[in-house]
Design a binder for this molecule. Structure first.
Ligand SMILES: [Zn+2]
Length: 264
């Protein structure tokens, strides 16, 4: 069987990113990526993940691989359109679009994009349950089917040194992320990474709710954990790249129908 047609147990192709749309030109791919990114900000706004000027989702440029697209500083997530996004180079300079870039966005995300060539997008915000959970300095437990997306696939940045403005600090965060899909930044919040914007945004939304679920469960009693073998199996189902990508699609459809100007 040819490599790219190899089937796994579930009968799905195993080629990396087989489910992602293909483009004839880099311009089409860039526009698609920017529209997904704008949709990600609108979804974050809907979920209430915004806290002042904190929070950023970034998407690697499909051509200039050490550049990424990000929200312009101070623009509400709910207003971000594809044309509002700014392109930042590996020195933190805005080279396309109007507006500045949050210094923490550059320090953290540039390090993540540099350390993980497989990562197309990374998402971070100061969402309430994520930051509450982050103060505990613990990894999430496999309490629910959804939580298994993060089983053996997230880490803890077990330090807090103020607002991340230093690129060295960004590198330490990227190191803590390792090959995982997410990292809990202690006393700060969550950060997720994906092989598409869709994935990074969905992982963030579901991780935030996983934090909420564990906080609720532990406040109410002593939760029963899913055993490691079953958690690993479930991770292969709900935690697969394609599952993250697919799970974003209903959110994307909903937000585009409701706020079509995000595509502009
Ligand atoms: Zn932050």
């Amino acid at each position: 069987m040819a490599d790219d047609a190899a089937d796994d147990v579930a009968g799905l192709p195993t080629e990396v990113g087989w489910y992602l749309p293909k483009f004839d030109t880099v311009e089409e791919e860039r526009l698609h990526r920017k529209q997904r990114l704008a949709a990600g900000f609108r979804v974050f706004a809907k979920f209430g993940f915004e806290e002042g000027v904190a929070g950023h989702i970034t998407a690697r440029d499909p051509e200039r691989l050490d550049h990424f697209w990000v929200n312009p500083f101070g623009v509400p997530f709910a207003h971000v359109r594809a044309s509002d996004l700014v392109l930042v180079n590996d020195q933190g300079q805005v080279v396309e679009g109007d507006g500045g870039v949050n210094v923490a966005a550059f320090a953290i995300h540039s390090a993540v994009h540099a350390a993980r060539p497989d990562v197309i997008a990374a998402a971070h915000s100061h969402s309430v349950h994520g930051k509450a959970w982050s103060s505990l300095g613990r990894l999430l437990d496999p309490l629910t089917q959804d939580a298994c997306a993060f089983f053996d696939d997230h880490s803890l940045f077990d330090d807090y040194t103020g607002v991340v403005v230093d690129q060295e600090e960004g590198k330490r965060i990227a190191h803590a992320l390792g090959g995982n899909k997410a990292v809990i930044l202690r006393n700060h919040g969550l950060l997720t990474a994906g092989h598409s914007v869709d994935e990074a945004v969905f992982w963030f939304a579901t991780m935030e709710r996983t934090c909420q679920a564990q906080l609720l469960a532990e406040a109410a009693g002593t939760p029963v954990l899913i055993d490691a073998e079953m958690a690993r199996l479930t991770h292969g189902q709900v935690g697969a790249d394609v599952a993250g990508y697919a799970s974003f699609q209903p959110l994307y459809q909903k937000i585009v129908r409701e706020q079509p100007d995000l595509l502009d």
